[in-house]
Design a protein around this ligand. Sequence first.
Ligand SMILES: Cc1cc2nc3c(=O)[nH]c(=O)nc-3n(C[C@H](O)[C@H](O)[C@H](O)COP(=O)(O)OP(=O)(O)OC[C@H]3O[C@@H](n4cnc5c(N)ncnc54)[C@H](O)[C@@H]3O)c2cc1C
Length: 391
Amino acid sequence: MLVYGGDCLSVVGTEKAYDVIVVGGGFAGTAIAYSLARSGVKSLLLEAGHLCGGTSGACAGRAQIIESETEDYLDLVLQGFRRLEGLSEELGVDLEWDTPGHLSLIRNAEQWQNYCGYVDRLVKRGVEAQMLEANALQRVEPNLRLENVIGAAYSQEGHLNPFKYCMGFARAARRYGAQILPHVPVQEVEMRGERFVTVNTPCGKFSAGVLLIAAGAWSGKLVKMAGLELPVRYTHAEAMVSEPLPPLVYHHVGMPGFYEAVHGASRTVTLGFGQHRSGTLLISNAIQPADDIDMKSTHWGMPAISHSLAEILPSFTDIRMVRTWAAPSPFMPDYLPAIGFLPGAVNVYVAIGFHLAIPTIPVLADWIANDLTAEIKTEALLPFSPNRFFV
Ligand SMILES: Cc1cc2nc3c(=O)[nH]c(=O)nc-3n(C[C@H](O)[C@H](O)[C@H](O)COP(=O)(O)OP(=O)(O)OC[C@H]3O[C@@H](n4cnc5c(N)ncnc54)[C@H](O)[C@@H]3O)c2cc1C
């Protein structure tokens, strides 16, 4: 039997064989472990630190809709959004799911024109969305200073507690028989030719029919351990959270171009903020290009976010912050996730670089479990195949 005591002392019976070893205990790894375990797959999840300790623990918790660029991606996001509505019950955890809606603040006529198009598209798909001129915007968000704002695009959007999201998947996966080991980093991947054989960890070796790498920004390093290269990119993103406050904002508020900026090549603040059920105000994102993973707040980032926020939310200058943090924000060069077996490593599967992670991951995790267990594969995963980086 395998028992985990946090320091390997009580791990006995190593060299266990599993159907699938999942590396990474963020949203992706825990959701995939859950979907696999529910399909009857004998799986082991290895996480280097604590669960949700990577980028997932830095997340603002938004389940975005308006940032879905293509019709296919919007289909995926809407499917995920509907799934999130019942997920607390399914997982047996209160995910603190709320639907405050999103306001994209608009500063000029060109942005207004573009957002009219996005809003039309959403309305046609049954999503609540509308354009708000400055007067209407000021009525729904009286605390915003709208000096340089001509209006906003409102769209339906959800919000949840990211830690509960991860832990909810992990606990439910365990209930279905998955083995989940936090604080057990994969240090080496042993291959025999093109076939993965074992992973080496401080708690011994583990083998499986499939190695599934869901290690977010760290995935490039894991893929390298298997002798291959995958262009996993990341920026350094910073955020902060206030003490609990009386109601100050009623929607999640963001600037246009949020997602382009988050993965851009220059140092920038792409402001997004929203107040949570507890009253805390979560504010993101100061972005810097990064070559290495560094999870520290910077002297530039915190003042830069504060300055941007104070322009739009003047009462912010009197608010106390209780925590700041930073994390790598991972993405693939074409901004689509990479999901599937790696060419050149027949039993190594990757699930990396999620765009709009919260709404898409529960659906993608089910598709991945199907991909690994069923004879008829999920065709909708084909555009995400890592083959596109090996041509
Ligand atoms: C500030 C910020 C705000 C964000 N806000 C949102 C938002 O509102 N909505 C949204 O959808 N997305 C948001 N995102 C993006 C989202 O958080 C990520 O897309 C998502 O968390 C990625 O999840 P993941 O499981 O792929 O990676 P991670 O959560 O990073 O998980 C990977 C895990 O792998 C582990 N690992 C690494 N190496 C090893 C090893 N050798 N062995 C074992 N384990 C290993 C790491 O410790 C880590 O826990 C935000 C990102 C940032 C930075």
